[in-house]
Design a binder for this molecule. Sequence first.
Ligand SMILES: Cc1cc2nc3c(=O)[nH]c(=O)nc-3n(C[C@H](O)[C@H](O)[C@H](O)COP(=O)(O)OP(=O)(O)OC[C@H]3O[C@@H](n4cnc5c(N)ncnc54)[C@H](O)[C@@H]3O)c2cc1C
Length: 442
Amino acid sequence: MAQSPKDLRIAILGAGMGGLTCALSLATEGFKNIDVYEYATDLGFVGAGIQLAPNMARVLDRLGVWKGIEAEAVNIEDTSVRVGATDTELAYVQLKYIQETYGYPHMVGHRSSLANGLYQGCLAHPAIKFHFSTSADAVDRYGPQPSFMAIPRQGEPYRVEADVVLAADGIKSKTRDEMLKRLNINAGIKDTHQAAYRIMIHKEQIKDDPELLALMESTRVTRWIGEKRHIIAYPVSNNTIYNLSTTQPDTNFAAATNATYTTRGDKSAMLNVFGDFCPMVQRMLNYVPEGEVCEWKLRVHEPLPTWVHESVALVGDACHPTLPHLAQGAAQAIEDGDVLGVVLSRLPDTKPESINKALRVYEKVRKDRAYALVDLAAASGRALHLGDGAAKEERDRQFAALKRGDGPVPDKWADADVQREIYGFDCSKVAHESFDEYFNAL
Ligand SMILES: Cc1cc2nc3c(=O)[nH]c(=O)nc-3n(C[C@H](O)[C@H](O)[C@H](O)COP(=O)(O)OP(=O)(O)OC[C@H]3O[C@@H](n4cnc5c(N)ncnc54)[C@H](O)[C@@H]3O)c2cc1C
């Protein structure tokens, strides 16, 4: 048995945003034996943008990796919500106040920049060892030394035993399924009936298109909305790439026989989905080279009654996958990783009962917040996607009121009260402040 908490053997399954943050946060706290098992051969990233909200930036800064990520990101100063069909503005919201209020600006960046920043941060800690090309099977032994089979792409499978296992293996988490089975909990994946295209347009492609060039060089997040669909777009990588993420009814995956989550999308199908959007949007979509359309199925999970079993905890999308409409999925996985570093650093000893209690403090600090944001993202999507009727009239009345300077923003991502709830939360501070009370009450 480990003599001191910092000697505990910690196995992390998955090197996504959640797994990388767990590793970095634990190493920063002084843990000495951290092993990360990642199925992929390296961190070869899906080309896509990602929002770097202040609550995420706060964690990244505390872990010493924000400066590098920030240097490649774009500082967002305002947002415009527009009617997809006509490009008429429904709402304009200034976001400059965010930096002053929350200590960090609202930035947007390239996914690879975020993941690579976290990864480089991890490489600076010899305590963290990466095992790429290695699939972690579900944790199949619980008790004081949880264990699972590691299956390298080349070579023989081997058994890994640890003192703590953090399963950050994404929405398809095998450990979540196994844990729920053992706990006799029936909570499945929920189909959202929505899918997303992820698109990146490079500056040289639009150099002769002044309208799109202006968007590329702006510091604005633009959302074009229509019935059951919308597009959110912003510049990334120092304004050299314009990133678009769409949401539309899932027709392609719904028809598929297997459970694919990402697939090459069909360009003509994409153009068809947004066929009644304005000419500028059409032009933007047309810049996507044939064969480079990527479509993701958007899935969520029924809320889980617990994220922890003995010395094993679920992290990120493994326990709280969300629709992207608040742009908080990765941010919440990063908050999870940060809080896990805090609670495990506060362990009084290495007893399995104490480890379990510390993990349950993590769950207590994180679960209600993460699920509240999952619900809010779904609600915001419903408001954005309304078709003709009374609800849409009420939504558009709110947009109109906003133009006169008052009321809530139906696009919850841009609403100041929602931003206060999301960006004003310092997860590490909350974990430290509540640790003793929660730990002692368990
Ligand atoms: C269209 C869209 C737009 C989004 N935009 C934003 C945004 O702007 N801002 C934001 O904060 N979030 C955004 N998100 C959400 C965000 O991408 C996810 O919530 C986040 O990536 C979850 O991180 P994770 O580490 O939990 O899981 P993942 O990123 O899924 O990482 C899981 C990792 O585990 C590995 N893995 C899986 N199974 C195994 C196994 N058995 N063994 C070993 N390794 C395994 C995978 O290869 C992967 O590397 C968006 C999501 C979508 C779909």
